[in-house]
Design a protein around this ligand. Structure first.
Ligand code: GRF
Length: 221
């Protein structure tokens, strides 16, 4: 048996995804330890969730530290806690290439769109404005290109005629939580890796992101 996966999470806000992870861990459903939560905002509600689960938290105010100061402080803190995986879950600041490259293959990001569509902000509104019939969320390895790293897995939701960004977000949110739990399950089993060619699952290159349908992977080998 391998030891629990050590996860460090970066957040900026609500931290509902972090909360779902912490609860799954507490219920014994995921073999991981959240060893650190870093936020750029001291007021991020997600920090309280972390503390309620006894997780150490650090605030690194990027506005004060500047972009390079932010990256250096995050890197120092990550080195101190030695995570196997760094999870960007609602972290709303851009990280520099040096930091991202230092954690290459060990840093993943959640993004609320079906990447490569709608990198960046306002994804729900953009999907609606484009007249899309479906929307979704992705989980991807982080590379220096914003929201551009190899996509591990996605989940899809329908777009309905009466949707506005809030309604669509409310439909997607719980499925994004499911996606996070399902991907973290693969990480705890050490089944995922990133290579220059893309995402490897069980040592085989994925030719497209895993798709979570209901509660199972549609295209897991
Ligand atoms: C998620 O939709 C994630 O994809 C995006 O920010 C949101 C975080 O939500 N990057 P929460 O803070 O976990 O509630």
């Amino acid at each position: 048996m391998s030891r629990p996966l050590r996860v460090a999470a970066l957040i900026s806000g609500t931290g509902s995804n972090l909360g779902v992870l912490l609860e799954a861990r507490a219920a014994g459903r995921l073999d991981l330890d959240v060893v650190e939560v870093i936020s750029n905002r001291g007021a991020a509600p997600g920090l309280e969730r972390a503390r309620a689960h006894g997780v150490h938290t650090t605030v690194i105010d990027a506005d004060k530290a500047g972009a390079e100061g932010q990256d250096a402080a995050i890197h120092r803190r990550l080195e101190a806690v030695e995570p196997d995986l760094v999870l960007l879950t609602g972290y709303m600041r851009i990280l520099g290439a040096d930091l991202v490259n230092a954690w290459r293959g060990r840093m993943v990001n959640q993004h609320p769109s079906l990447l490569p569509k709608y990198k960046g902000l306002n994804t729900h509104r953009r999907a609606l404005e484009a007249g899309d019939r479906e929307h979704g969320a992705s989980l991807h390895f982080v590379t220096p290109e914003l929201d551009g790293g190899p996509v591990i897995a996605q989940v899809r939701v329908p777009i309905r005629p009466a949707d506005d960004p809030d309604r669509l977000a409310a439909r997607l949110g719980p499925r994004e939580h499911d996606l996070l739990l399902a991907v973290m399950d693969l990480f705890t089993a050490r089944r995922l890796a990133m290579t220059d060619a893309g995402v490897m699952l069980d040592g085989r290159l994925l030719d497209r992101p895993l798709q979570l349908v209901d509660d199972a992977w549609e295209n897991e080998a």
